[in-house]
Write a protein that binds this ligand. Structure first.
Ligand code: ATP
Ligand code: MG
Length: 278
């Protein structure tokens, strides 16, 4: 596994307030990791540290082996795409096409290549290039913000609650596009989410942050069964995981709808047979 991000004992304080407290973690290239935690746990602060927007008070952060202390944010922004918690903070263009084209020449992308990337992305995310970002719904604005990251072809995507405020259809569209990008181009994804169903469906690994400390890090299905950590971070596990756990199944044994339904059908039949034989 090639390392993408490494935090070694990172702390971050503002005056005497400790926002991030001794966090160490590693994310490898191509991984899809969810980051969860209660409100105010420090999740957004952690992403801003990784993006280099703020520097650690203590410890070190390496992105592809280079410390964020030794890199300018503008250099990091070439390979790291950051989707803000509020998409309106990053939309400036008069039209969607302008929004996507903006800054590509600064990255050294030729005009032809830029046009090709913009057209591909417009199609992929089903966006009308002539509309003004300000005239769109929240879900559409979120898609434009995501598109403006996609055209830059980042190697690391940092997503801060990308599905908040989206309806079910918008949410699954958005997540499927991120998943496709992760699968097809191998972009590493680190995504903050409060939605445990989204975390279960899309991330193979989950980290839990609580009061600035990393309190859990492991396979999503196993972390979701860690009741103590989840409770500390005010999280409720995805329903499939909770049900599988109540039925006494091991993590991964049957925790998607289809295999759970099969398991229940088999065991209900077994139970009925047992009753008849007694
Ligand atoms: N610039 C700042 N100055 C002082 N305190 C701050 C600053 N930014 C954030 N904080 C505080 O740091 C803590 C962590 O904030 P952060 O935004 O990282 O949390 P979060 O986990 O992203 O929360 P949410 O789920 O609400 O988005 C909070 O208590 C917040 O009030
Ligand atoms: Mg936040």
């Amino acid at each position: 596994m090639t390392e993408m991000v490494r935090l070694s004992n990172v702390s971050y304080s503002i005056e005497s307030h400790v926002l991030i407290n001794g966090v160490s973690l590693r994310v490898d290239k191509g991984e899809f990791v969810a980051l969860a935690g209660e409100n105010g746990a420090g999740k957004s602060t952690l992403l801003k540290l990784i993006m280099g927007l703020i520097k650690p008070s203590d410890g070190d952060i390496l992105i592809e082996g280079t410390s964020t202390r030794r890199q300018k944010v503008s250099t990091l922004a070439r390979s790291v795409g950051y989707l803000f918690q509020n998409p309106d903070r990053q939309l400036f263009g008069a039209t969607i096409r302008q929004e996507l084209t903006f800054g590509l020449d600064f990255l050294g992308v030729s005009k032809d290549d830029g046009e090709r990337r913009v057209n591909e992305t417009l199609e992929l995310l089903n966006l009308n290039p002539d509309r003004a970002p300000t005239s769109l719904s929240r879900g559409e604005r979120q898609r434009v913000a995501l598109a403006s990251l996609f055209v830059r072809r980042p190697t690391l995507l940092l997503l801060d609650e990308p599905t908040t405020g989206l309806d079910y259809r918008e949410c699954s569209q958005m997540m499927n596009q991120v998943a496709a990008l992760n699968r097809e181009s191998g972009v590493t994804v680190l995504m903050i989410t409060h939605d445990m169903e989204v975390a279960l469906d899309f991330s193979e690994r989950m980290m839990v942050l609580s009061e600035g400390k990393l309190i859990a890090d492991g396979a999503t299905r196993s972390v979701m069964r860690d009741e103590t950590s989840l409770r500390r971070a005010s999280l409720v596990p995805a329903q499939m995981v909770a049900l599988a756990q109540r039925l006494g199944l091991a993590p991964g044994e049957a925790d998607d709808a289809e295999s759970l339904a099969d398991w229940i059908a088999d065991n209900a039949r077994g139970g009925a047979d047992d009753a008849r034989h007694s």
